[in-house]
Design a protein around this ligand. Sequence first.
Ligand SMILES: Nc1nc2c(ncn2[C@@H]2O[C@H](COP(=O)(O)OP(=O)(O)OP(=O)(O)O)[C@@H](O)[C@H]2O)c(=O)[nH]1
Ligand SMILES: [Mg+2]
Length: 390
Amino acid sequence: MDNWWVILIIAVVVIGALALFIPKAQKPKKVDKPAPSVAKTDPSSTEVTPATPKTEAEPEPKTLDEPAAAAEVETPEPTQGRMTRLRSRLARSGSPLGSTLLKILSRDHLSEDDWEEIEETLLVADVGTTPAMELVDRLREEVRVQGISDPAKVRELLREELIRLVDPAMDRSLALEKTTQDDGTKAPAVVMVVGVNGTGKTTTVGKLARVLVADEKQPILGAADTFRAAASEQLTTWGRRVGVETVRSDKEGADPASVAFEAVEKGHQDDADVVLIDTAGRLQNKAGLMDELGKIKRVASRKGPINEVLLVLDATTGQNGLVQAKVFSEVVDVTGVVLTKLDGTAKGGIVIAVQRELGVPVKLVGLGEGADDLAPFETDAFVDGLLGAD
Ligand SMILES: Nc1nc2c(ncn2[C@@H]2O[C@H](COP(=O)(O)OP(=O)(O)OP(=O)(O)O)[C@@H](O)[C@H]2O)c(=O)[nH]1
Ligand SMILES: [Mg+2]
């Protein structure tokens, strides 16, 4: 019995030794290795996410092996005439402004009550008190002088007065020309996008990147919303779809100002036309967050001026938007307003009110969730939308 036990131990040792010499190739492969990534070993570093995923044959990580179709670059729609294409969305959002005004103005003899109803309609559509009173006064005068009988004339009169209120003389072009530096070389234009939470900033940066690509410009995106990791991913996805690179940091809570700076620097290196910087949503009454926004702007402007600071306002928030607008403008000197979600509100009059409040023009409007549903603002097309023109 003792001998049998010794033989058993020897046999186990011999089998174990033999197992060590079995060639490695015969062992099963480990497929679940974590992705080797420079950015991940140093989470504080800012990385540039290429516009298209790598195509080299790498065994891992699996996410790089997505079907080629996912990496296909889309061709955005041309920007010309977008406002006209999308204007019916203003009418479809149930905007009662144009149709209600036309209905009242078409009445035979306009009474005091009728005029009050007109003013009320304007206020409900968020036109703002002063502009609403101005419009009523002008309409009253026109009606007194000309008298209005046929509906076409009423419509034309209202159209003219609304256009006057929206102010066709405002310069709504985006300042996207490259800046000439002291040494004579050109630097990319820098655009910062700011606003409270959920207004549509990231979506607007994504859509604007498409506008630029459609206009044959080369943008770079900067994901300076470092509050949530998902924010930079959201922006990167927008960029990838049209072959645009995004500068980001994968470290949650990284300094947004340095990401913004890196984006500008990358824009210089790549000789990009425009650097678009997305920022985190912040409430205008949080002083710390507003200070941070000021810092992002200061740091991003170290290499040159910021050409545009676009304030994104959600049109459905009505008068609240005006309060936000004022505070943001004091902190970062807003140069243009992007009014989003105009497709989902009957309050198109906010265009008039916000321009009055800030003295800066609405330059772009969001009229839907589609990738190309952002339009350069055009006064005539906007008013036609309000009046329900097809
Ligand atoms: N209908 C409609 N939805 C819009 C429009 N613009 C943006 N949205 C939607 O609004 C939601 C919020 O958009 P985001 O771009 O994530 O907003 P954000 O301001 O970046 O949000 P935070 O970064 O969290 O502050 C998304 O569901 C968008 O699709 C628009 O013009 N019309
Ligand atoms: Mg965002």
